[in-house]
Design a protein around this ligand. Structure first.
Ligand code: PLP
Length: 495
């Protein structure tokens, strides 16, 4: 299977090539030339499998230059029970109609682990498959979750080094501690004076710097990226929707072929796009509910057909969804309207910050997607209600999803089972979760974990336990202008 650009450029690469390269050379995203199909017989087989086996089965359909044995070996390691304590993607029944797909049992307590535990292994093999001799240097700008998940995933992976930049005052205390105490010989973490945009802009500049690329190349290094525009991050996310369907079948909650609805709390549109691919593969999914927080640009887009980023940006208690440019939406536009139209829309987004799709494309979107949003007040209320009435503790992002799922079900009583993707452990956002339930602030951000645990009689997950007692390895803070120099210093290259 070949991978091509959403913008019609001439790159045609294998799966390994797409994973290694990340972004197509015309600025587009890589997509498989066709979507493999699964039928009832496949699903029956998948029902009998463990999570790593299901993952290898689905991935092998997309990554056909990797052998099934290679994929199974990697999946067994990536989703092992000592890394995913409590299961890789367990489905929890909330009530007769709603099921919560818990995607946060991995080593950083957020759903990014589902992809970032396996993708480094895929990249490592891609280097071998493509005859790459240089070291891959993964450069990440993070507002919190991605940085930690990438560090944990790439730690001690052969042939790869990783460096993460974060805004010194732009991440939570827990997130800062998660990163600064990171273990591994090939990792490095650096804070910059500035905000997330400064970090992001700095990283993009380094990626676009031809002189830098030449200097790195002379030293047998090339740059690579770990964010969700890489197909290697998307493919593993398709798996858990298929897995959830199998779990519903196995539990006797649905019969073979029965349709389900899915709600995904959305930021960059990666996770929900993976659900759409699962649907395109033939998984019986009726509707995809795209849940947004107060930054409801996607809700507006799905309602009106106009995407307009010229709007106020809000900082919310679900920060991983505080996004005004949902990069993976490009993949959906491509699938539904082709590369020429996509290239044109992306150009408009770049120059005018807005675009409007035609009525044919709008009708295609309407066939599959509903966009809804949940504001701050309702997010807090959803957390409180779910804990008090269902005895179930959810984080702020999951609360947005659950609230939108309920809105959808009320307006469309189709009687189908609803699966809601749960994207973070409540302990990752302990302070806001605690305040939502009690109406008062915890003593401070770190003690919030213990206070939430005492209040709810639930356990702090292992990745966050005693985080303040670990050794801080990375203390460097630099000016944003010094980022390229810091990269070279890290690699031991004289600029
Ligand atoms: C990244 C993230 C999201 C958004 O996922 P996308 O794939 O960007 O849409 C939602 N919740 C949490 C906790 C996240 O870390």
């Amino acid at each position: 299977m070949n991978y091509i650009s959403t913008r019609g450029g001439k790159d045609i690469v294998s799966a390994a090539g797409a994973i290694k390269q990340g972004l197509a050379s015309d600025g587009g995203l890589f997509m498989p030339q066709s979507i493999p199909q699964i039928d009832g017989q496949d699903l029956a087989e998948l029902c009998e499998m463990s999570y790593p086996e299901r993952a290898a089965y689905i991935l092998s359909r997309f990554l056909d230059d990797y052998s099934y044995e290679e994929l199974l070996e990697d999946c067994e390691k990536a989703y092992s029970p000592d890394r995913f304590v409590g299961g890789a993607a367990p489905l929890r029944k909330l009530n007769d109609d709603i099921f919560v797909l818990e995607l946060w049992h991995g080593p950083t307590s957020a759903f990014k682990d589902m992809a970032l535990q396996i993708m480094p292994k895929l990249l490592s093999r891609a280097l071998v498959k493509t005859g790459e001799k240089r070291t891959a240097f993964i450069l990440v700008a993070t507002s919190g979750d991605t940085g930690k998940a990438a560090l944990e995933g790439y730690r001690d992976v052969p042939g790869v080094k990783i460096m993460v930049f974060y805004p010194v005052d732009g991440v939570s205390r827990v997130q800062k501690l998660q990163m600064s105490t990171q273990l591994g010989e090939n990792v490095s973490v650096c804070a910059i004076e500035g905000n997330f945009d400064d970090a992001q802009t700095g990283v993009k500049k380094i990626f676009g710097d031809a002189e830098m690329a030449a200097l790195l190349n002379d030293n047998d290094v090339f740059l690579s990226s770990a964010n969700s525009i890489n197909w290697g991050r998307l493919a593993p996310q398709i798996v858990y929707y298929v897995s959830a369907y199998c779990d519903l079948l196995n539990a006797g909650e649905i019969i073979a072929g029965e349709m389900i609805d899915i709600t995904v709390p959305t930021g960059n549109f990666g996770n929900i796009f993976a659900a759409y691919i699962a649907k395109s593969m033939g998984l019986p999914i009726n509707r995809l509910v795209c849940a947004s927080n107060k930054n409801n640009i996607l809700t507006d887009f799905l309602a009106t057909g106009t995407y307009d980023r010229n709007r106020q940006f809000y900082t919310t208690m679900s920060p991983s969804m505080d996004i005004l440019i949902s990069s993976n939406l490009e993949r959906l536009l491509y699938v539904m309207s082709g590369c020429e139209n996509t290239a044109e829309l992306m150009k408009k987004l770049n120059t005018e910050g807005a675009y409007t799709i035609d009525s044919t494309l709008k009708a295609k979107l309407d066939e599959h997607f509903t966009g809804l949003f949940c504001d701050e007040e309702n997010t807090a209320a959803e957390i409180k209600r779910t804990f008090n009435e269902d005895g179930y503790l959810i984080d702020t992002h999951t609360a947005v999803g659950l609230n939108c799922a309920k809105q959808y079900m009320e307006a469309n009583p189709d009687g189908l089972k609803m699966v809601v993707a749960s994207t973070a452990s409540p302990y990752k956002f302990a302070s806001d979760v605690y305040t939502s339930i009690t109406g008062k602030a915890p003593t401070d951000e770190l003690s919030a974990l213990d206070e939430l645990s005492a209040l709810t009689s639930t356990e702090i997950p292992y990745p966050l336990k005693d985080i303040d007692k670990r050794e801080v390895r990375f203390k460097t803070v630099i000016e944003k202008q010094a980022m390229p120099a810091e990269v070279l210093k890290n690699l031991g290259i004289k600029g």
